[in-house]
Design a protein around this ligand. Structure first.
Ligand code: UD1
Ligand code: F6R
Length: 365
């Protein structure tokens, strides 16, 4: 089942050029730029008429919702919020009949997400599932939904489900916005990016030997900071979660815009830092963050675009990834962090498929 790979985690990370295609198969038409999700067809009008969309999920699935929040809002022009399933009930969030609630879960069995689903159903909201497991409780209990079709995910640390959730959610936004003529250019750009995605992921996975070296370098680290902003906010959080769950290194995802509001105090020569810095509209802000870090003797490893020749990187280690559409760039940029967490675990003698204290499916609240 693991083929040439030593663990499911690395096998599943390497499945991604294929699994993302499976998520889009029969749904994205790259000739006429249409997206049709069979599972949403009957409720499309209701979703478009709703007053807001609320995402709810846990862990990595929560991060996939955070990752698509801004493109979802941009395409649908609807108010969007993203809530941790565990806080949903704690906060007794007000939910109404004209709300759409989207529950994202790889397993479809996560107790907290199920409880949030029951809560929203009781209040009359339209409940949509985005699940990987056909026949799972969340898939059955939601009014409609989308199976992400990533294939079984066995490793406790989620990799390919994250990219497929991201794509499924992006496809929902593309389908919801296909009646808006002002979005044609943006939709076309994204669909072209989805067409190239599999190749972009394949090229990114070629970083494996370089990432193994970085893991050797960082294997005795006690802390690790992952910094980024804008579209990469979720990448920081998800990268840090991957690192902590399989390597037991204390890792923190920090949004670059927040640096000067506290985290800058952590920066010094010995603090391991990864800075995610794609060429997008936040680039000059990221340059500022990089200058703030290097001025305090920080030496970040930069995840940068392959084409970026910035002299700011001259004395720094860089991991060069293919550049794609801004809203899809997180799909590419998470891959080096997935591989790094895997190789850090291996270098530290940890079995990444069985991290301590964790279960694949969390069926208790
Ligand atoms: C469906 C078939 C697929 C077939 C395709 C052909 C299934 C599971 N899928 O895919 O095998 O190739 O038609 O047209 O038989 N749903 C929920 N909640 C969820 C996820 C899904 O209620 O969390 C519902 C959907 O609304 C839909 C059904 O489950 O009614 C199947 O969803 P999905 O597999 O995404 O639909 P298709 O892509 O159309
Ligand atoms: C992290 C991880 C967990 C799950 C979370 C939700 O790698 O796998 O954080 O993402 O427990 O699980 P699902 O998606 O099954 O609801």
């Amino acid at each position: 089942q693991k083929g040439r790979f030593a663990h499911f985690m690395i096998k599943e990370a390497f499945d991604q050029p294929e699994s993302v295609v499976n998520t889009m198969r029969g749904r994205v038409n790259f000739n006429d730029y249409r997206v049709v999700l069979g599972g949403l067809r009957s409720q499309l009008a209701n979703i478009r008429r709703s007053r807001r969309i609320i995402f709810s999920a846990c862990g990595t699935s929560f991060h996939s919702c955070v990752a698509v929040k801004s493109i979802f809002a941009e395409l649908t022009e609807m108010p969007i919020s993203v809530e941790l399933s565990s806080s949903f009930l704690d906060e007794q969030l007000p939910i109404f009949r004209d709300d759409v609630c989207i529950f994202v879960s790889q397993s479809g069995e996560t107790k907290d997400t199920l409880l949030a689903l029951e809560y929203c159903k009781e209040r009359g909201a339209l409940c949509v599932g985005v699940t990987n497991t056909v026949g799972s409780t969340i898939s059955r209990e939601t009014h409609c939904g989308v199976h992400i079709n990533a294939g079984p995910e066995i490793s406790v640390a989620s990799t390919k489900a994250y990219s497929s959730q991201f794509i499924a959610l992006t496809m929902i936004a593309l389908q919801l916005s296909d009646d808006n003529m002002q979005k044609v250019a943006r939709r076309t750009e994204i669909i072209n990016g989805l067409y190239r995605l599999s190749d972009d992921l394949r090229k990114t996975l070629e970083l494996e030997p370089q990432i193994k070296q970085v893991a050797e370098q960082l294997k005795t680290a006690r802390n690790l900071i992952v910094i980024g902003r804008g579209y990469q906010s979720a990448t920081c959080l998800e990268g840090a979660l991957k690192i902590k769950e399989v390597t037991y290194i204390h890792a923190e995802g920090i949004l670059a815009g927040e640096l000067k509001h506290g985290p800058l105090a952590l920066i010094e020569a010995s603090m391991p830092i990864i800075l995610i810095m794609p060429k997008d509209r936040h680039y000059s802000d990221s340059e500022n963050a990089l200058k703030q870090i290097t001025a305090r003797m920080g030496k970040p490893i930069v995840i940068a675009s392959a084409e970026d020749t910035s002299p700011l990187f001259n004395d720094l280690q860089t991991l060069r990834v293919p550049q794609t559409v801004d809203a899809l760039q997180p799909l590419v940029n998470i891959v080096p962090l997935q591989l790094l967490s895997y190789y850090l675990a291996v270098a530290r003698g940890i079995d990444p498929d069985s991290p301590r204290n964790l279960a694949k499916s969390v069926t208790t609240a």
